[in-house]
Design a protein around this ligand. Sequence first.
Ligand code: DX5
Ligand code: ZN
Length: 220
Amino acid sequence: GVTAKIAPSMLSSDFANLASEAERMLNCGADWLHMDIMDGHFVPNLTIGAPVIESLRKHTKAYLDCHLMVTNPLDYVEPLGKAGASGFTFHVEISKDNWQELVQRIKSKGMRPGVALKPGTSVEEVYPLVEGANPVEMVLVMTVEPGFGGQKFMPEMMDKVRSLRNRYPSLDIEVDGGLGPSTIAEAASAGANCIVAGSSVFGAPEPAHVISLMRKSVED
Ligand code: DX5
Ligand code: ZN
């Protein structure tokens, strides 16, 4: 079976106080911390990289769920491994030819490999990565166009989640973008078990309440 992983997106945190924001989320019941790594090229925004992960790692033992919105993920494997990243999720759109090597290197650095797909990418694209000899351990279904927090959830992406859940009963399936109290039921019933949420958690008067509500929805 699959367990719920609630992963606040630190993109919505106060980056000037990252360590205390991380601690606050863990105290509110977060399972993972979702770290959005962007290169200003794969997506029109620039965020953080390995040096920031390394700094944060000194303040927490938490699972750092890194989402690589970058054109050359291979270049990030070694630095992020050294920095103490836990999960390394790359995008299928730029890894069609070298994903085998990428997955192998991610594992050799002690990280957990995942693959993400943008809203315009069909779900069949990731099947070979889940079914191969050296499989990814999570699929991240983007429910907004990657690049920015605070966008509107795309319910039509739930067909992808349902297809994945039907095919792979015990796979970790993560959804990212526009998740919160008003959209969690739809994502959870489609079969998502790893829930990324930025603005809905950080914008809430009581983040712990939002986190526990989302956990309940996945576990019910
Ligand atoms: C978007 C990022 C998301 C984002 C989610 O490119 O991948 O992780 O921070 O933020 P919300 O939950 O506000 O949509
Ligand atoms: Zn993300």
